[in-house]
Design a protein around this ligand. Structure first.
Ligand SMILES: Cc1cc2nc3c(=O)[nH]c(=O)nc-3n(C[C@H](O)[C@H](O)[C@H](O)COP(=O)(O)OP(=O)(O)OC[C@H]3O[C@@H](n4cnc5c(N)ncnc54)[C@H](O)[C@@H]3O)c2cc1C
Length: 407
């Protein structure tokens, strides 16, 4: 992405999709630092697709916080480090490629973005430093039974009584609620608005408040990632209201754009594609390496091309963001392609492993050709979620149809 295309006209016609010399030097610096500072035990867990504990998540978070790299996109006065969008992308890509755990976005990217845009000074001072240091672990309370894609139909109620709201209702699919200290919630503060998008408010709720119950939902892979969260007469101080009462939908929409920015995971997919290619080259079919099989090669090549196209699309998108434009419907395109590629990777890995994919963690993984095999089948099941969460891919297609194609 060289800044010095020769003339203004050339700049209009050409998109330089390579990194500049400065960006390449930055990438090398990040790569070396991550290599030296990512604990091996944590990396091993990530590349073996093991479920991470709260301590695992916070370990990498705090290493980055100490370095000053945990919240690059925040304003400098709150701990941001002034990196531009390209540097931030390079950093995320390098971390994903190296096998660092994905940073839990609920506090760092979602709640923080909302507080920075809509929070009072007191709310910023109270919550942002704790999010930065990893003192508070956050989760997202948006979805409810029957209110997922149609989020504005949500019914969890918050009734104001003196200095508190009294909250009653239920959230569902709440990722990592069982690890969380705080939850940010959309609640209904007006029971009979003219439009369902009105009468919603954005509340910050302490998970230790009396009246909150968290129940696990076990996913197809047997893992505990998501939960139901029940609110039974939970008292929430009015100071924890973000933005105006009944104007929470504005906050919700702002946050969803930020949520989808992080779903493409190109660095992680590149690492997994390399792993798949090496693994397939060791697998033998009809006396030849699987990578010599024309049909498998075809699928592998298609996947590699899709990933390359996604990366180029992402660079084009970053080039525009660098020019100061807000993320628009293009984020939906990145979400769709990024998550489809993540699923295709697990499908091809399963195909390459053949019967070996059936070990499902039951065999001591020291006996396996590849330690990631033990988690392969559960991983395949787990990755079905990517086209559902952060707004399902069907909903992303609707967004593209409406905002990008004008349909
Ligand atoms: C693993 C996982 C983690 C999650 N984590 C969180 C979290 O931390 N916090 C949170 O608040 N939520 C979370 N969610 C919830 C997620 O946002 C919803 O599941 C998602 O928005 C879909 O809503 P739904 O499940 O109610 O499905 P529905 O909205 O009932 O949709 C069912 C199907 O119909 C399709 N559909 C619905 N409406 C349309 C339409 N208008 N046009 C075309 N197709 C349509 C959908 O694409 C889907 O295929 C998580 C979900 C999963 C699977």
């Amino acid at each position: 992405m060289d800044d010095n295309a020769s003339t203004p006209a050339a700049k209009l016609l050409l998109l330089d999709l390579d990194y500049s010399a400065g960006e390449r030097a930055f990438r090398d610096e990040v790569r070396a630092w991550v290599d030296a500072n990512l604990p091996n035990a944590l990396r091993d867990k990530v590349v073996r697709y093991e479920h991470l504990t709260r301590d695992d998540h916070l370990c990498w978070h705090r290493i980055l916080a100490d370095k000053g790299w945990i919240a690059p996109g925040w304003p400098v006065e709150w701990g941001g480090n002034g990196w531009n969008v390209v540097q931030r992308y390079i950093f995320e890509e390098e971390c994903g490629y190296a096998g660092a755990p994905s940073l839990v976005p609920f506090g760092l990217t979602m709640c923080a973005a909302v507080l920075l845009k809509f929070g009072t000074d007191a709310q910023k001072r109270r919550f942002l430093p704790r999010i930065y240091r990893g003192d508070d672990f956050w989760c997202q309370g948006y979805s409810e039974p029957n209110s997922g894609s149609d989020l504005a139909s949500l019914r969890t109620s918050a009734v104001r009584k003196g200095g508190h709201y009294v909250v009653n209702g239920q959230k569902i699919w709440t990722t990592l609620a069982h690890m969380a200290d705080w939850i940010f919630c959309l609640v209904r503060t007006d029971a009979s608005p003219e439009r369902k998008q009105e009468g919603i408010s954005f509340l910050l709720i302490d998970m230790r408040s009396p009246g909150i119950t968290v129940r696990p939902l076990i996913l197809m892979d047997g893992g505990h990632e998501v939960n139901e969260v029940f609110f039974d007469d939970v008292e929430v101080p009015v100071d924890n209201l973000v933005h105006e009462e009944n104007k929470g939908w504005t906050v919700a929409k702002y946050l969803l754009g930020h949520e989808r920015l992080n779903t493409a995971r190109i660095g992680t997919s590149k690492r997994e594609l390399e792993h798949l290619t090496t693994f397939a080259a060791r697998q033998v079919k009809d006396g030849r390496p699987l990578t010599d099989d024309p049909r498998f090669r075809d699928k592998l090549s298609r996947l590699a091309i899709e990933l390359m196209a996604l990366e180029i699309t992402n660079l084009r998108f970053l080039d525009r963001l660098r020019g100061g434009r807000a993320p628009g419907a293009e984020v939906s395109m990145l979400k769709i392609k990024g998550t489809e590629i993540q699923q295709m990777l697990t499908e091809l890995m399963l195909e390459a492993a053949g019967p070996q994919a059936q070990v499902i963690g039951s065999v001591d993984d020291r006996d396996l050709d590849d330690p990631a095999l033990a988690a392969l089948a559960p991983r395949y099941c787990n990755m079905r979620k990517t086209t559902i969460y952060a707004g399902s891919n069907e909903i992303q297609r609707n967004i593209i149809a409406k905002h990008a194609l004008g349909l």
